[in-house]
Design a binder for this molecule. Structure first.
Ligand SMILES: *[C@@H]1O[C@H](CO)[C@@H](O)[C@H](O)[C@H]1NC(C)=O
Length: 371
């Protein structure tokens, strides 16, 4: 009896040992293969590891997983059809010699004749992306909505899926225009603020709030613009990138010391005189929802901190945007073709005027703001 039990114990011991070795071996194999897959997919999906980190930051915050969960291979699957076009030059004169088309951190600056829209369209078509265009029609600015939407239908992201996100306190005054297939109007009712400066600054907070609850589920890229504008030439997928800004039409040729950055060191928008690359316009920026979330959050929080101290940066939201871009370099930059005011005339380097300020009487539009 005792001997039988002894044998049984020894057999049992061997079995436990074998089971342990098997579990350990399979665990190790699984762990390695899993880790290997994770690393390789990150390399393919993301232009840099930073993006993955951003994504995880935000995921913790908002628990939404659109881009990677629904179609983790969306970028890997892109395959170009047969296309016929002139061979790109590896050596030889560049297409533009009058402007800089690349920043020192290798972000492209988008000027006419530096890109092939056919190639880019194929790429983004294959990815079946949705572009969200946000604009604010607060108070009297609602009068700009019709021209804005009509011209966007004609020139903005033609052939791609577009969600227009019009923030307004006057939803009844937003015209219900017929839209082309794949394009939808979302009217987002928001409150207004007494002063135009505050209306302008709160845009960051509102974009941030709705990116978190809505845009991240509905769009692959966000384009955030002013509404007192009209599209007057092609604005397409060439602008899309992780995070992009636009050269302000009044400052693209200017020196650093003439930029209207916030120069009071008490403000969180402060930029020291020996820093800053460009002066970016507050009226045209964008990127992936993840990046726009980070940007708008940073700008809004800095504004609120300043507000507590009784400071408001010299150019409101634009000052905070410029500060953000000093330390978070845009991955693409749009030339002033994408934000022009005819009051500034024409220039030989400006081969296209794609998005133009609608002439308006600032005083008339803004004086009624306090109603
Ligand atoms: C944004 O969201 C926060 C938190 O939910 C809220 O307190 C705030 O009022 C919202 N801001 C705007 C402008 O809607």
């Amino acid at each position: 009896m005792a001997r039988e039990w002894g044998l049984s114990f020894r057999t049992f011991g061997y079995l436990v040992l074998v089971a342990f070795i098997m579990v350990f071996t399979f665990g190790l194999l699984w762990h390695n293969s899993h880790r290997f897959q994770w690393v390789s997919s990150v390399n393919i999906l993301c232009s840099n590891l930073q993006l993955q980190n951003n994504y995880e930051d935000i995921q913790k915050d908002i628990k939404i997983q659109r881009l990677f969960d629904e179609d983790p291979s969306s970028e890997v699957n892109v395959k170009f059809p047969r296309m016929v076009y002139p061979k790109p030059l590896a050596v030889g004169p560049p297409s533009r010699t009058d402007v800089i088309v690349m920043t020192p951190w290798f972000a492209p600056i988008i000027w006419e004749s530096t890109f092939s829209i056919n190639i880019l369209n194929e790429y983004f078509k294959e990815r079946n992306i949705i572009i969200g265009l946000t604009a604010f029609a607060i108070k009297k600015y609602v009068v700009f909505t019709e021209k804005f939407l009509k011209t966007a239908e004609e020139y903005f992201m033609v052939g791609h899926k577009v969600n227009y996100y019009i923030f307004t306190d006057r939803p009844k005054d937003v015209p219900n225009l017929p839209l082309k297939e794949g394009r939808k109007l979302h009217i987002i009712e928001v409150r207004n603020y007494a002063q135009w400066q505050e209306v302008s600054m709160r845009r960051m907070e509102m974009i941030n709030n709705y990116t978190k609850t809505k845009f991240i589920k509905e769009a692959d890229y966000l384009v955030c613009v002013d509404i007192d504008m009209q599209f007057s030439d092609h604005v397409g997928v060439e602008i899309l990138s992780d995070v992009f800004g636009t050269l302000h039409p009044a400052f693209f040729g200017a020196s650093r010391d003439s930029f209207t950055y916030e120069r009071r060191s008490e403000s969180l928008a402060y930029i020291p005189p020996d820093e800053g690359d460009f002066y970016y316009a507050g009226g045209f920026f964008g990127g992936t929802p993840q990046e726009v979330y980070r940007l708008t959050k940073a700008c809004h929080e800095a504004m609120m901190e300043d507000k507590k101290k009784g400071i408001e940066a010299v150019w409101h939201d634009e000052s905070y945007l410029n500060k953000y871009f000093v330390y978070h370099k845009p991955t693409k930059i749009l030339s002033p073709e994408y934000l022009w005011d005819n009051g500034m005339g024409s220039l030989p380097i400006l081969k296209k005027k794609r998005f133009l300020a609608v002439p308006k009487n600032h005083a008339a539009i803004r004086s009624n703001d306090r109603k």
